[in-house]
Design a protein around this ligand. Structure first.
Ligand code: NDP
Ligand code: MG
Length: 384
């Protein structure tokens, strides 16, 4: 029986994690759940899965959840220290890190510090502080098992291999909702257009990141840290069907790919059962229905965010942290109708260029960089 804490159980990854857990009651037990502010859903989840701890970040939602679950033997927590208690709960064998954005970093670090294996969905953790996080994981002998479908594909392709054998990693990208949109029309696309992802149903932030292709840029940085591969050996190819989830080319020219229908429950389940596999009844891939798997080069003129991410990793230091913060602010502003779609990448690039550079930042300096970059991005948006 594996005991699991879920950071961000009310999100897209969080709810799908609970779907997987529900299929295997003899293998998994939920120890702790967390939400930002979705009181109704976490109350329902707590009644179904009966965890020991529930964490609610918003004060108002916390009061609602506390009162609604007063008949149950569950500790209802609030505040950032308590989020750490959830990430480090003594019974947890593995922590699903599925909070979105920079907010996921600290609890994930706390969980690693406490020696918990991590099922990592929150890619921002590695984008912001990959060197520190991976070093801590090595020191604490903790497994970081990727949940992001591309990285899960690479991780699965790497079983039985070692990093010295890799020639390059090939990350696949669907191309998002604007793959066929003319560059001139991108100026006037709406939030509704950007939220229509062709293949995946995900939280708002990552869906917008997929539309700008910043998501793929963040994933290049994530892959660099997870697999210790320099960025010039990480290629991106557009694969609109999202059947091949990513590939590893080895030095003998052999390429291993991991395939399947686009269904996040598959990489989530693998992260929870690794290195084992459990039988499920998810839909099977019908090859005749996908008789054409196609590939294209990404259009980096139309989607400059991808190259901005490569540039951030080339600069190193706190640059990836800066672009992550600026991107979170810019995506938020686009969602609030305060920024055009095409302005997102421009804000991110300008913020990176303006942020004070730091070669080898400590965690406290990255927290400061995050603050500084957010301020810069807000100011740039206000000036538009
Ligand atoms: P969602 O927005 O759907 O869910 C985010 C979760 O985190 C929710 O439970 C949310 O609570 C909680 N949360 C948000 N902000 C905070 C905060 N400041 N403090 C505490 N909790 C917070 O995101 P996704 O599930 O789509 O994504 C989660 C992570 O996984 C992201 O890093 C994303 O990049 C990554 N990922 C997601 C994929 C997907 O298919 N969705 C695929 C690959 C990676 P509330 O419900 O109250 O908002
Ligand atoms: Mg992905």
């Amino acid at each position: 029986m594996k005991h699991i804490s879920i950071l961000g159980s009310t999100g897209s990854i969080g709810t799908q994690t609970l779907e997987v857990i529900k299929l295997f009651p003899n293998h998994f037990n939920v120890v702790a759940l967390s939400t930002n502010s979705n009181a109704a859903l976490i109350i329902e989840q707590a009644r179904t899965f009966q965890p020991e701890l529930v964490h609610v970040s918003s004060h108002e939602a916390f009061l609602e959840v506390k009162s609604a679950l007063s008949d149950m033997d569950i500790d209802i927590l609030h505040g950032s220290e308590d989020l750490s208690a959830l990430a480090t709960h003594k019974k947890a064998d593995i922590v699903m890190s599925a909070i979105v954005g920079f907010a996921g970093l600290q609890p994930t670090m706390d969980a690693i510090e406490a020696g918990k294996d991590i099922a990592l969905a929150n890619k921002e953790t590695l984008v912001v502080a990959g060197d520190i996080v991976m070093q801590l994981a090595t020191e604490k002998n903790v497994n970081i098992i990727p949940v992001d479908s591309e990285h899960s594909a690479i991780f699965q392709s790497m079983q039985g291999e070692n990093y010295d054998r890799i020639r390059r990693l090939i990350l696949t990208a669907s191309g998002g909702p604007f793959r066929n949109t003319k560059i001139k029309q991108l100026n006037s696309v709406t939030l509704k257009d950007a939220l229509k992802h062709p293949n995946w149903n995900m939280g708002n932030k990552i869906t917008i990141d997929s539309a700008t292709m910043m998501n793929k840029g963040l994933e290049v940085i994530e892959a660099y840290h997870l697999f210790k591969i320099p960025p010039f050996k990480i290629d991106v190819v557009i694969h609109p069907q999202s059947i091949i989830h990513s590939m590893v080319e080895f030095k003998d020219s052999s390429i291993k790919a991991q395939m399947g229908l686009p269904d996040m429950r598959v990489p989530i389940q693998y992260a929870l059962t690794y290195p084992d596999r459990l039988k499920n009844t998810f839909p099977e891939l019908n090859f005749e229905a996908f008789n054409q798997l196609t590939f294209e080069r990404p259009d980096t003129e139309k989607f400059p965010a991808l190259n901005i991410a490569y540039e951030a990793i080339r600069r190193g230091g706190n640059s990836p942290c800066s672009i992550n913060a600026a991107n979170e602010v810019a995506v938020g502003a686009f969602i609030d109708g305060k920024l055009k779609f095409t302005q997102i990448a421009a804000i991110v690039e300008k913020t990176m260029e303006t942020t004070d550079f730091c070669v080898n930042p400590r965690l406290s300096e990255l927290i400061e960089t995050d603050r500084e970059a957010r301020t810069i991005a807000h100011e740039l948006i206000a000036k538009l």
